[in-house]
Design a protein around this ligand. Structure first.
Ligand code: ZN
Length: 117
């Protein structure tokens, strides 16, 4: 989805991507980072950095909406109803930094090309 977005923006390169991952999203942050390494090879995403932001899962009572401590039995203290997931279950693309073809920040070609070491 990053590449599609970059193409839509007519970017020549993707510089950085920030993703917010809910703890209950069923996504392992480590696995995601590893997958990213594979995905970004070649193409316009090559070399882009990935910033992962963890969002803790949040549980709330299905009846009264009271926050429920996720370390407990996941039942409401007040009415003993089972808790439902109230946050942290999704994966969001929060930020994407692109380099456009006619951007004037960043040199289009390096001023000096050194010899290969
Ligand atoms: Zn309740």
């Amino acid at each position: 989805m990053v590449e599609e977005r970059a193409r839509a923006e007519r970017a020549v390169r993707v510089l950085a991507v920030a993703v917010r991952v809910g703890d209950a999203a069923g996504v392992d942050a480590g696995l995601l980072a590893t997958a990213w390494e594979g995905v970004r090879e070649g193409g316009i995403v090559d070399g882009a950095s990935l910033a992962l932001e963890r969002v803790p899962a949040r549980w709330a009572c299905a009846l009264c909406g009271r926050d429920v401590d996720a370390t407990g039995p996941l039942r409401c203290n007040a009415c003993d109803a089972p808790a439902v997931l109230a946050g942290g279950e999704d994966l969001h693309l929060v930020r994407i930094e692109l380099e456009r073809a006619h951007g004037d920040d960043g040199p289009a070609s390096p001023p000096h090309r050194g010899e290969r070491a």
